[in-house]
Design a protein around this ligand. Sequence first.
Ligand SMILES: Cc1cc2nc3c(=O)[nH]c(=O)nc-3n(C[C@H](O)[C@H](O)[C@H](O)COP(=O)(O)OP(=O)(O)OC[C@H]3O[C@@H](n4cnc5c(N)ncnc54)[C@H](O)[C@@H]3O)c2cc1C
Length: 357
Amino acid sequence: MTQPATIDVLVIGLGPAGARAAAKAAEAGRTVVALDRRGRAGFPVQCAEFVPALLDQELADLNTVTLQRIDEMITYVEDGGPDLKPRFPGRMISRQAFDEALVARAVDAGAECRFGQMVEGISEDGTVILSNGDKLRARVLIGADGPRSRVGRAVGRENQDVVETRQITVALNTAHKATDIFLSADIPGGYGWLFPKGDLANLGVGVAPEFKDRLKPLVARLHRVLKREGRVGGDVLGHTGGPIPVGGMLDPVGWLGGTVVLLAGDAAGLANPVTGAGISSAAISGGLAGEAAARYLAGDHEAGDHYREELEDLFKPALDRALKRRRELLAQFDQGDTPGAEDLRRGWIAYPEYWAA
Ligand SMILES: Cc1cc2nc3c(=O)[nH]c(=O)nc-3n(C[C@H](O)[C@H](O)[C@H](O)COP(=O)(O)OP(=O)(O)OC[C@H]3O[C@@H](n4cnc5c(N)ncnc54)[C@H](O)[C@@H]3O)c2cc1C
């Protein structure tokens, strides 16, 4: 039987993690093939589209994909609030345009980016099998295939905990420069949000999976309340959703036969277990994975270990704190208790209690 040709770097997934990985490995002169099952970059959007100002340090040119600036965060705990957290800067981006731009950069760098290609299986020797029957082999396999990563599963690293989400897009009646957060014991393991983007807003809710059947009524209720307050329109202009990994960081390095496997972004469990934010960590970790792949191929056999250390240094302290806070709150539900306002505040990043020992 003929063996598939071996390429330098194969990237599965062309979200922010995969597109950055493909760009960095290609910039270093490696042959890169990157695949995504979607028909085109960034579509359909499954995101509330907020990125913190921190991402400006990693990616130039965010202005071209920015819908509006965010200056602060406002939190409502049960029927209380608004609690203002000033100086919480960031941007609302068009996630589709953002993903498209990152893929365009990978293509410019020389990566071959293919859409409409679904990975169906990965064998123990590292051969990647596509749904059209094609087989691919690479010296480095980068798993940037999101929360339910097949690449991660192949090396025994699966996100165990996720939050399930539902989001609608509505008209926003008054310009707003804050991300609004709604915390309630009725939203176990998650929260509600209203993120403004010009004259529209993303309005959504996330919950622990066992409460998934509450999502629709919770979003409808939040929508009703905000409409009654005159803040948003009554029409639902779009809807989306999807899982967010909230179980914390996985070991991002593994082996399949002679193939090194690097996980990045949601596949490596890098979304924040409390906020669900994962765009920045995906873009940053993807870039580092691409660089690590290139270093490994240039003869640095410790490149994988260094990649793991880089991710641990950058992300682990924040992820561990968030995981701890998340577990404290969920434990109350497990014990049949209803968390009070104090507990909810301790579980949310806007309050000093969250950052206390
Ligand atoms: C409703 C919702 C709202 C969110 N809001 C925010 C927010 O406001 N801010 C924020 O920072 N984060 C947010 N997140 C999280 C954020 O979207 C993710 O953390 C981020 O997309 C992770 O990027 P990634 O590249 O790791 O994975 P993804 O963006 O999920 O990309 C993975 C890619 O892999 C592809 N893929 C998967 N399996 C296969 C396969 N078998 N074969 C081929 N291709 C495959 C997918 O098609 C996808 O394109 C939100 C998530 C959800 C669900």
